[in-house]
Design a protein around this ligand. Structure first.
Ligand code: NAD
Ligand code: A1AUG
Length: 542
């Protein structure tokens, strides 16, 4: 078809509230019951074929009730990885030959399916497999995922319209080619939306993908793959392999056609992938694009002019929603003594102690469990360190219990030493450290907080004095890729707060924006001269 198509104007998917007795809550409860009653296979999908990975089996459980197995997956082997790479390469010519609007239509259809008949399935799978409450699942596996799908199409279309200038007699064009080779998408456990976005964004631009979800997110990843298929994604475009991923990386990172890595997860794993690519660099056809969004040690700085009610709510929500398992979670706070001792300490402690973490299918709970036994051990070790260190004092929580689920109580501690390891280490759990300072030391504390952690993902300033807001925003310009004024440091919305951090937090390629999409294109510049010269001499030659 000869036409230059425009694409639908995207809008953010409205967040449903799941109030008691509402039709939405009842439908979601029904789907939770159905998925809980089943125990399904969680296979790989390679070239459109579903088959179990060849390596050791893995039980995928409900973190808040770890005796309950939702499904069984397996570790992909070298052979499995080779098959996925082959499938991605085989599908590439056909996929990149398909016009953009045909590819876009698949992902727009996926967005509408997810907004409608698939919403409860993805939300219920995310609640059960990742221990998210209804609202935390809704903002992730429904709204953010839908937004990624819709906004990526919109931004991609704008990029495709981007063309060079042409002087008289010449026509210059950009041919926005996909990368030459395949993309390796490696995704974390904590966001179903991120797991869906990392393979689908490069695919939208015409790339084919090997996708390796986190094993503890495999339940929702399984339904995400089925959603893509239901939307019409051809076989081989996204090939999902399961398990931890080391064996997959052995194969993928050694392949000459590796064209890019789209990663979200811990800093340590991303650095390992980057290092391996560096070691193999001479063996690739091109220079693989490395896009990685990684860890954080996200701060909240309060000034004496702060609205204390807003600060209290932001700290509770920012630190303890989804059990602190957001890369953006508030994990270190800096609070003036007058505010802290003037009531905030006792209020925060009471609120945190009142938060209910439990089975997320009981909608009255504020949170669920942490993701697995490894996370539980990491958090209990941190609690042990905090409770035995003389410079720290726990004011709320501090306990954990893994008898039924991996539950860690929302924990707040004060620490007199702002350089303590608890202010630089990402625990990725419901643990908030607070440094209380004499009011007059505000500038000094901001300077210290700016550089103490290796990360630069999110951070907030709470102040009503605009001179303070301005000064802190300037001083902390490189301390956060997403900076908030009088708001919690979590909850970025696609199209509104493009998300990503720098320093050890990643390559800051802003998921869900054109910044990210442009990494999956390799433009070819075409110059056409309509009447080419026929004399090789120049006027100055006489
Ligand atoms: N910056 C962001 O946007 C963002 C968003 C979400 C999560 N995160 C970060 O992710 C981390 C939590 O997620 P996680 O526990 O799933 O992270 P993780 O690094 O443990 O795992 C991420 C993915 O890498 C895989 N993996 C591990 N070793 C591998 C290897 N050698 N080869 C291939 N794959 C391998 C895992 O199986 C998983 O799929 C936290 O550090 C958090 O801050 C960052
Ligand atoms: N984008 C999410 C965090 C993603 C990382 O876990 C937020 O803004 O809270």
């Amino acid at each position: 078809m000869d036409a230059v198509f425009s694409v639908p104007e995207p809008h953010n998917e409205p967040v449903r509230t799941y109030e008691p007795g509402s039709a939405d809550a009842e439908r979601l409860q029904r789907r939770l019951t159905e998925l809980t009653a089943e125990r399904i296979d969680l296979p790989m999908t390679i070239a459109g074929e579903q088959r179990m990975a060849g390596g050791a089996p893995i039980q995928v459980v409900q973190p808040h009730r770890h005796a309950h197995v939702l499904g069984v997956t397996g570790h992909a082997t070298h052979d499995d990885a080779r098959a996925a790479v082959k499938a991605a390469k085989d599908a590439a010519p056909g996929w990149r030959a398909l016009p953009f609007e045909e590819r876009a239509a698949i992902f727009l259809r996926a967005a509408e399916l997810l907004a409608g008949p698939w919403r409860d399935t993805l939300n219920a799978a995310t609640m059960l497999g990742q221990s998210k409450t209804a609202v935390q699942a809704e903002i992730d596996s429904a709204c953010e995922f839908i937004d990624f799908l819709r906004f990526n199409v919109f931004f991609a279309r704008k990029l495709l319209a981007e063309q060079p200038m042409s002087s008289p007699g010449v026509w210059n064009r950009f041919d926005h080619r996909p990368l030459e080779g395949f993309v390796y998408a490696v995704t974390p456990f904590n966001f179903t939306a991120i797991a869906g976005n990392l393979p689908s964004a490069p695919a939208l631009l015409g790339n084919t993908v090997v996708w390796k979800p986190g094993p503890t997110q495999q339940f929702a990843a399984h339904f995400t793959m089925r959603l893509f298929e239901a939307a019409g994604l051809p076989p081989g475009v996204i090939n999902m392999v399961t398990g931890r991923g080391e064996e997959v990386s052995d194969v993928v990172l050694a392949d000459p056609d590796l064209a890019g890595i789209h990663f979200t997860g811990s800093t340590k794993v991303f650095q390992h992938l980057w290092r391996t690519v560096g070691e193999n660099i001479a063996g690739y056809r091109g220079y693989p694009r490395l896009v990685g969004e990684t860890g954080g040690k996200d701060f909240v700085v309060a000034h004496t002019s702060a609205d204390v009610d807003a600060l209290h709510t932001a700290l509770i929500r920012g630190a303890f929603e989804y059990q602190g398992q957001k890369c953006s979670a508030a994990s270190r706070a800096y609070v003036p003594r007058s505010i802290w001792e003037g009531g905030l300490r006792d209020r925060l402690a009471a609120t945190a102690d009142g938060l209910t973490y439990g089975d997320v299918t009981d909608f009255r709970n504020f949170g669920g469990a942490v993701i697995d036994d490894k996370a539980f051990s990491r958090h209990t070790a941190a609690l042990e360190l905090i409770s035995t260190d003389d410079s720290c004092r726990i004011i709320a929580g501090g306990t954990a219990d893994d008898s039924v689920g991996w539950f860690v109580r929302p924990t707040i501690f004060e620490c007199g030493d702002p350089a303590h390891e608890t202010f630089t280490t990402e625990y990725f759990g419901p643990i908030l450290g607070v440094h209380v300072f004499d009011d007059a030391r505000f500038d000094e504390v901001v300077t210290q907080a700016e550089a103490i952690a290796p990360y630069a993902l999110t951070g907030s300033i709470f102040a009503t004095d605009r001179r303070v807001v301005d000064a802190v925003a300037e001083k902390m310009r490189y301390a956060a890729g997403n900076f908030y004024i009088n708001d919690k440091p979590t909850g970025a919305v696609v199209g509104q707060q493009p998300f990503g951090g720098a320093r050890a937090s990643g390559t800051n390629d802003k998921a869900g924006s054109w910044h990210n999409l442009v990494r999956w294109m390799s433009p070819r510049t075409i110059k056409e001269t309509f009447v080419p010269p026929t004399d090789h001499t120049y006027p100055h030659m006489g």
